[in-house]
Design a protein around this ligand. Sequence first.
Ligand code: 26Q
Length: 799
Amino acid sequence: MQITPDKFAQAFEDEVMRSFATSLRSATPDQQFVALANMVKRYNAKDWAATKQAYDQPTRKQVYYFSIEFLPGRFLGDYLLNLGLLDTAREALTQLGLNLEDVLAVEVDPGLGNGGLGRLASAFMDAMAAVGMAGNGNGLRYRYGLFQQDFVNGYQVELPDDWLRNGYVWETRKENRAVSVKFGGWVELQPVRQGYLQARYHDTEDVLAVPYDVPMIGYRNGVVNTLRLWQAEVPTTSMMTGTQREEITDITRGLYPDDSTEEGRRLRLRQEYFLVSAGIQSIVRNYRRTHVDLFDFAKHVAIHINDTHPAVAVAELMRILLDDAHMSWQQAWSITVQTLSYTNHTLLQEALEKWSIPLFASLLPRIYQIIQEIDRRFREKYVPLRGEAFVNRIAPLGDGQVRMAYLAVLGSHAINGVAKLHTTLLESSVLRDWYQLFPERFSNQTNGITPRRWIQTADQPLSDLLDQTIGDAWRTNPLALRSLHQYQDDDAFLTALNQTKHANKQHLAAMIQHSLGLVVDPNAIFDVQIKRLHAYKRQLLNVLGLIDRYQRLKAGEDLGVKRVHIFGAKAAPGYYYAKEIIKLINALADQINHDPSINQQLQIAFLPNYGVSMAEQIIPAADVSEQISLAGMEASGTSNMKLMAAGAVTLATLDGANIEIRDAVGPDAIVTFGLTADEVAAHQRQQDYDARALAASDPVLTRVLSALVDGSIPGIESVGRDIYDSLIRYNDDYFVLADFHAYQAAQKRIDLLYQEPLNWARMALASIAESGRFSADFTVQGYGNQIWSVAPTHPLVKD
Ligand code: 26Q
């Protein structure tokens, strides 16, 4: 878009008048936001229409990314950036006496996901538009997103996320594209000709699926893809009464938090099938507009399953090919496998989705029949080759359950993990049998992030410094950040880099003061751990380190540096232990922050309601990135990549993508510590870890752990006891005590390194310079190459 700031300012004033019949001077911030959004929509409309038209070309292969979660963050800033209007808009608003950042902050942040998996789905949407892939998102339009978090007396409380309260400016309801999704009832198989049965469905409950489309604007390339979110509604012709109507609208009422126990799971399965059936029906309907039959479907359509949540796609596509398109089983199966692909995001055997057969069969009778037939044919083929025991272990049906991960693997031509270590462990543990069977289907696609949001939009000071130093090529190809290496001994640059970090820290300090009433010193180390609260992510290791540090400071030790430890984390509402950790962090924060003998050297800021928008404020201000999960537990992690790109020094265990970050920056620009995944596995195998003995023989650990139970931290009576017990009585499942000294030694190294500002800046430089390889643009190109067989129209070249 070419438009001068003057013209933009004029157009903005006009738009406010047209939309709200008010002058800019008397418009509310909300109205200012909507007016800007309307301008963006107008500027974008032609490109969106043209992209859709281009995708109607019958040979243009489409990718459909199915995900039960999307976490897009606010759009306006990134849309402006991608249209090439961000600087223009900023200047125009300044001319008008307004601050663009204030207007951007008005936008709601849709919390349609829990964490990494949902954010990854949105990063991929952004990246597919950037590289020019026909990438279409399919998700759910939850009426309520992930709960809003508040702290009351240090405990997490959850408030409903009524994100649609004021309407959502970016969506377009497409009622004419609605489809009908059928649940329940019973199936009649009618013989229509020799050896062929036609399925007829009776007494089904029909749900109307209405799509809402949101544009995904490519980075300065004219491409506009679509994120389609489905809403469940009562069919207009229905005579249903109150509770029946509610059962339907409940399907898209709310997002499931990630630990949900058995209760309420039936609704979860309804959500999963609703997403899949609506999405695939709509794909097929659209396909038929430009193709006479479905025989070449897999050549022109790739459907991706983001974790097992949409895995029922295997049976749904079969259902449509068999029952609607009347294909033979072999034809239908071959097309299904060629079309589908599946990403696994977890190594926890117990986290793989399974459904009880009675529940599944009553809710989805036809789908269950098809899975039975998939299972039968699988057994028929592989029992003779591999034996009964092997096949029983991995068949889609077993132990009275439908095993979604195994169904996904069997029904996909490609299966991938999300970091090198994760993929290796998948192949050798959770999916070992499948890897034996289909080694050629497996690949690694290391996760990525979008540097546009995390650097260009969120980190203005760094972006400006990069432009001045190496030019702006990095904005399109982040591998160009590598040219920063030539400044590693340039004291002027290193000093400037430290200054940008300092400016960002001042900004965050203001936010912390506003949110918590806590005054923090931007000269302190800002140590950041931001991610969902989970035992395996080991926020507790950070906390035990803080208790030790506090006790040393109290004893008069000089630790040489000031530190502020910043936390952001939501715990799933039913995850009791995680909520206890939250209380512990808040209680410790209370004590330390109010201790005048200490709080000049150590402070804790636990910011409530962490999410994408808050991450945009925290990440640019981070000095240290805490990536301290137990090795072998974190599939990849992605906040590690964002913090690296912002020049934070990574403090890490050798887990997930941390290993690839170390390989990228080199061992001198990262601080690693702790047990390796192999060592952890060996302890688990040999059952030789004794946390109680370890603690008893160690005076430091003994002192630190006593603080949990001796009343020295006020307000944690039962919480402190429970956490103590988890470590000592229940033998510390996540090896927190085993890694404690290594962690503290690593933090000590950081203290020393930070006291050499130019050396520190050199590590930050290495992080930024090597962060380009973790751009999601490369990740989706990897999927395009190795999984989807789609080429980008605006490819990004590696070297
Ligand atoms: C399951 C059953 C019932 C209800 C909810 C769920 C559920 C919901 C969300 C299970 C898992 C999730 C989310 C998982 C997730 O975010 N995994 C993360 O994915 C990232 C992207 O690949 C990785 O970087 C992280 O390592 C991984 O933890």
